[in-house]
Design a protein around this ligand. Structure first.
Ligand SMILES: C[S@@+](CC[C@H](N)C(=O)[O-])C[C@H]1O[C@@H](n2cnc3c(N)ncnc32)[C@H](O)[C@@H]1O
Ligand SMILES: [Zn+2]
Length: 272
């Protein structure tokens, strides 16, 4: 088990309905199966992370298959690792858990899938749908995860500092980082902003060796007012850009956009 106590860093083990460390710290297992490992002092607001509305909109949108090409590209990069023993996967900022579900469907061993997100609403949705996986409410900036315990890290449009990623990876373990490519949703941005900017190139991840980089591009044809609303709700466009332009998009009922994702794969150098 990779979970460790967020107060004293000792390993956690499940006793009845509680995760406990040897120093007597204890964390309830929620009825959906997840555990809240986010100490109050790490909470910057009452409900940190994406809101319940954003996460439900994301769930409906992703379940409709709109990002399937990205899910397939992620599976193509990570599933070859799944065949070697019982590797541990950790999804950082996993939201409602779409990519962990796709990886499980593709053959990643169920019990070796872990996900963290700072938004409790996301973790609750993820845990309900994937009861054999392990989910925790936690910050990627202070992962309640043992040193050198993870074979594969996934980070899709989510934060997480390099030092924490390097710390939790096993030597030889990999990070798959997905970020927006330069043209991601360009026509939507041109519609909503007076001076739209292309996404800039992401930074290297210090402490990890870059292995390969690829783009996943496809046309996103979104149909139906509700789906357009869900899509806008799960992006920063829900509250930025020109409100009148956003409303006209919602009423229009269809959107044709460029999806452009950059997939970067890194490895932690093997121990000498
Ligand atoms: C754009 S969403 C992506 C969610 C998911 N990876 C996906 O692609 O469906 C970013 C996610 O990062 C989470 N997040 C934001 N800050 C975080 C932090 N400090 N630690 C963990 N998760 C965080 C948000 O709650 C949200 O679910
Ligand atoms: Zn403890």
């Amino acid at each position: 088990m990779i979970w460790q106590c967020p107060h004293c860093n000792h390993p956690l083990s499940l006793e009845k309905q509680n995760w406990r460390c040897s120093n007597g710290h204890s964390f309830d297992r929620a009825k959906e199966g997840y555990v809240n490992l986010l100490p109050v002092q790490q909470k910057r607001s009452r409900e940190p992370g994406d809101s319940a509305e954003m996460l439900s909109a994301r769930r409906r949108f992703l379940e409709a298959g709109y990002y399937l090409p990205l899910a397939e590209a992620i599976c193509a990069q990570l599933l070859p690792i799944a065949g070697s023993g019982a590797p541990v996967l950790l999804d950082l900022g996993c939201g409602e858990g779409y990519y962990t579900r796709m990886l499980a469907e593709g053959g990643w061993p169920f019990g070796n899938i872990f996900g963290v997100d700072i938004a409790k609403a996301g973790i609750r949705l993820a845990a309900k749908k994937q009861p054999q996986a392990h989910f925790a409410v936690a910050s990627s900036f202070h992962l309640p995860v043992a040193d050198g315990s993870v074979d594969a890290l996934l980070r899709v449009f989510a934060p997480g500092p390099a030092e924490e990623l390097v710390r939790v990876l096993k030597p030889g373990g990999v990070l798959l980082d997905v970020s927006p490519g330069p043209d991601h949703l360009w026509s939507l941005k041109s519609h909503l902003y007076d001076t739209p900017q292309q996404h800039s190139a992401p930074k290297p991840v210090s402490g990890l060796t870059a292995l390969r980089e690829s783009r996943c591009t496809f046309t996103l044809a979104i149909a139906g007012n509700e789906t357009v609303r869900d899509f806008l709700a799960m992006t920063p466009f829900a509250w930025t850009g020109r409100a009148d332009a956003r409303q006209s998009l919602e009423q229009q009922g269809t959107l044709r956009l460029e999806a452009d994702f950059l997939l970067r794969c890194f490895a932690k150098p093997a121990a000498e």
